[in-house]
Design a protein around this ligand. Structure first.
Ligand code: IFM
Length: 434
């Protein structure tokens, strides 16, 4: 162990999301989401995989929570499937869906685990998509209504509620390049969607505060440090632009009441008077998801990133010091609330051999990122917790089930869970660093 102890009270967790693990897609009154529609459309997802069954967590949540307990963590981050609790995204609520999250939260509390809920991890009710989805402002109000109901229902028992997970993905991957649901390809639309997501975040924060929700309230953003490939003006401009569209695009409205400017950045949404006042609600916490850095090369063909520490099974460069660089930069640029690292993890080409998975690359990934995190904390960034992504191997969106991020291996034929070497390592690391 080369990392010295983390601050007292530091929270250790694992994270998941509803569509990636729950399955039971058509059970107990759950409505369809845009991911059901998207994943069933031929050609959208690797091998045509869908989240219909996933890890069958909806039926196995009790055993899965036991598994979480066995990892020695104190917190669990999960998301609520909006169409499970409100099948059309407006109008009637589904008691069976609401009961599921009640039982999940109660079971976590019984096991001494702090629940961290996320309201939106990409599974918009298809009923809302059919009347415009995130392209319309009205969806922001529907989201605030949903947040208020869930906040009242769970807010006295969960530690934290995040409005959105990674709105950049919803906007850009979902509406700019069509890689994610709903599969639109229009960057002007993606900008407008990002604005409606931010607005929905602000309205949801207001609604939950007005309802007296006791949980910590915040948002989860995916962020990266950015490195220009060379010292050329073109590469430096590109790095500035990429950082602006990835990180500042969401941070500036929330903390500074404006969209960022950067060289060559010329697509902006329509913003109405007072929108930034709504968006810039005070946060109890900021969740940051960090996986890799952005390498900015304007050359054609681009200068490749050096990838000195290799890459993960998604092809993403492993660059732990980017986590330190990022945290120090955002801490200097904004007046941050307490931060949680709400996701960090590695897809690895794991092999199950003799009931064991010896995933040494994942252990090295986590170890080096925790060193980088420790360095940021030592330099003054107020980070309160770390969640490994993910508890289980699961449905990796358009990559289907072939990419494995879990600390726990899942055999999708039998649903057998097998903790990997990294799960044992994480448990020992936490025990040594509490
Ligand atoms: O699996 C995803 C998760 O849903 C959101 N953050 C990144 C993870 C790995 O790609």
């Amino acid at each position: 162990m080369t990392v010295s102890k983390f601050p007292s009270g530091f929270s250790w967790g694992v994270a998941t999301a509803a569509y990636q693990i729950e399955g039971a897609a058509r059970e107990d009154g759950r409505g369809p989401s845009i991911w059901d529609t998207f994943s069933h459309f031929p050609g959208n997802v690797h091998k045509g995989h869908t989240g219909d069954v996933a890890c069958d967590h909806y039926h196995r949540y009790r055993e899965d929570i036991d598994l979480i307990g066995s990892l020695g963590v104190d917190a669990y981050r999960f998301s609520i499937a909006w169409p499970r609790v409100q099948p059309l995204g407006r109008g009637a609520w589904n008691d069976k869906g609401l009961d599921f999250y009640d039982r999940l939260v109660d079971r976590l509390l019984e096991k001494g685990l702090r629940p961290h809920a996320t309201l939106y991890h990409w599974d918009l009710p298809q009923g809302l998509q059919d009347i415009g989805g995130w392209a319309t402002r009205e969806t922001a109000q529907r989201f605030a209504d949903y947040a208020e109901v869930m906040g009242k229902r769970l807010g006295d028992r969960v530690t934290a509620i995040a409005t959105h997970n990674e709105p950049w993905c919803t906007a850009v991957l979902g509406h700019g390049i069509g890689q994610f649901a709903p599969g639109a390809r229009d960057f002007q639309l993606a900008a407008q969607v990002s604005h409606h997501l931010l607005l929905s975040h602000g309205l949801a924060m207001q609604a939950m505060r007005a309802a007296g929700v006791k949980a910590q309230l915040g948002i989860v953003l995916n962020q990266s440090s950015t490195t220009p490939a060379t010292d050329s003006q073109a590469d430096r401009d590109m790095a500035e632009r990429e950082y602006a569209t990835f990180v500042r695009w969401f941070m500036d409205p929330i903390f500074l009441k404006r969209y960022p400017k950067a060289p060559g950045l010329d697509i902006y949404p329509v913003v109405r008077e007072n929108d930034f006042e709504v968006i810039a609600q005070p946060l109890d916490f900021l969740g940051i998801n960090y996986y890799t850095r952005i390498w900015a090369s304007s050359a054609k063909p681009p200068v490749p990133a050096p990838k000195l520490m290799g890459e993960n099974d998604m092809g993403w460069e492993i660059y732990p010091q980017g986590l330190t660089e990022l945290l120090l930069k955002v801490n200097a640029d904004y007046k941050l609330p307490p931060v949680y690292i709400t996701e960090n993890g590695m897809a690895n080409a794991d092999v199950l051999e003799g009931n064991q998975v010896n995933d040494q690359p994942r252990i090295e990934y986590v170890r080096t990122h925790l060193e980088a995190l420790r360095a940021a904390i030592a330099a003054g960034v107020d980070v309160r917790g770390y969640f490994y992504w993910s508890l289980l191997d699961n449905y990796e969106w358009n990559s289907g089930y072939d990419k494995r991020f879990g600390l726990v291996h899942v055999d999708y034929e039998t649903q057998k869970r097998t903790p990997k070497a990294s799960a044992h390592w994480y448990r020992d690391f936490i025990a040594a660093n509490r």
